[in-house]
Design a protein around this ligand. Structure first.
Ligand SMILES: NC(=O)c1ccc[n+]([C@@H]2O[C@H](COP(=O)([O-])OP(=O)(O)OC[C@H]3O[C@@H](n4cnc5c(N)ncnc54)[C@H](OP(=O)(O)O)[C@@H]3O)[C@@H](O)[C@H]2O)c1
Length: 270
């Protein structure tokens, strides 16, 4: 597994990370097998969110219960989680960020979160409140680094005006079949091309590259927004023919080709 030191942190991250959004109904054995398989492949970076699971902190709790990490085992993995989504609305208030981190720490049975992401933009954000929460969480050692998810360049600029810590990651939806953050830049200013329409607030890929923000990708094998995987799907015959040809050529499974398509892009699409 290729690794790199995430800009703005001292975290050595693998090129691929393990998202645990779908473990709510898995048994302890299944969760352990999933994490062990990832670790064996060199994936020691885990992505959570407070809202994953059928109840709040459900997947974080499921993970901690199944793994029962000792302190030294905890030191060997990077744990990232997210805050800012409540039942039916977004909330980047100081109170909510602090409260949700406390809940995540308790559910994860740990004393620190390695990276905390603001999950989806809050239209009513007061960036000074975010800055105050980040200062407090960093000073207390409860959070080591901070990032965002689903944010546009201007939303990040607004945060950066007040937040002192570097924004180290932006987690965005990206797969071969959902690639507007890449396609828009290729088709820019071509009126006839639907993909020239800016969906990301304008050049988020290059913005992150310019500002040393690692892009993490979500739903890397989904055709659209949780609409089923494209790999092996009869809805995508031409795409699968190309993926299968390359998989045979490089003697790897098809999923490796779909992953490599993402990791080939910069900055560090994981
Ligand atoms: N920041 C955000 O807003 C956001 C939003 C969504 C997700 N996320 C993060 O991104 C992570 C990944 O998202 P995701 O779970 O939607 O992504 P995904 O990996 O594209 O989709 C996972 C689903 O696809 C299935 N699958 C994967 N490869 C397959 C294959 N080769 N053949 C058939 N089925 C296959 C899996 O089934 P099996 O379980 O049977 O393998 C699973 O049900 C989440 O865990 C979460 O950490 C973040």
């Amino acid at each position: 597994m290729k690794t790199f030191t995430m800009p703005g942190t001292d975290i050595v991250a693998p090129n691929v990370l393990l998202g645990l959004m779908r473990i709510a109904d898995k048994t302890d054995d299944e969760v352990r097998a999933l994490v062990r398989t990832a670790r064996d492949a060199g994936i020691d970076f885990i992505d959570h969110a407070d809202i994953y699971g059928t109840e709040r902190n459900g997947c974080e709790r499921r993970f901690a219960e199944a793994l029962q990490l000792t302190p030294s085992q905890r030191d060997q993995i990077t744990i990232q989680t997210k805050t800012g989504i409540r039942e039916g609305y977004f909330d980047f208030s100081y109170e909510h960020i602090i409260e949700s981190v406390e809940e995540s720490l308790e559910a994860l049975r740990t004393d620190r979160i390695d990276i905390l992401l603001l999950h989806r933009p809050d239209a009513l954000v007061e960036p000074q409140e975010v800055a105050r929460a980040f200062e407090e969480l960093e000073a207390s050692g409860k959070v080591r680094a901070f990032g965002v998810s689903n944010h546009t360049p201007r939303q990040i600029d607004l945060l950066k005006k007040y937040v002192r810590q570097p924004i180290v990651a932006n987690q965005l939806q990206l797969s071969i079949t959902h690639s507007p953050i890449i396609a828009q830049g290729v088709a820019t200013n071509m009126v006839a091309e639907q993909q020239s329409i800016t969906l990301d607030g304008g050049g988020i890929l290059d913005y992150c590259r310019l500002h040393d923000i690692t892009i993490q990708t979500w739903s890397p094998f989904q055709a659209g927004f949780f609409s089923g995987v494209f790999l092996g799907s009869p809805k995508h015959p031409e795409l699968n023919a190309v993926i299968d040809r390359l998989a045979t050529q490089y003697d790897v499974p098809a999923i490796a080709i779909a992953t490599a398509w993402i990791t080939r892009h910069r900055p560090r699409c994981k």
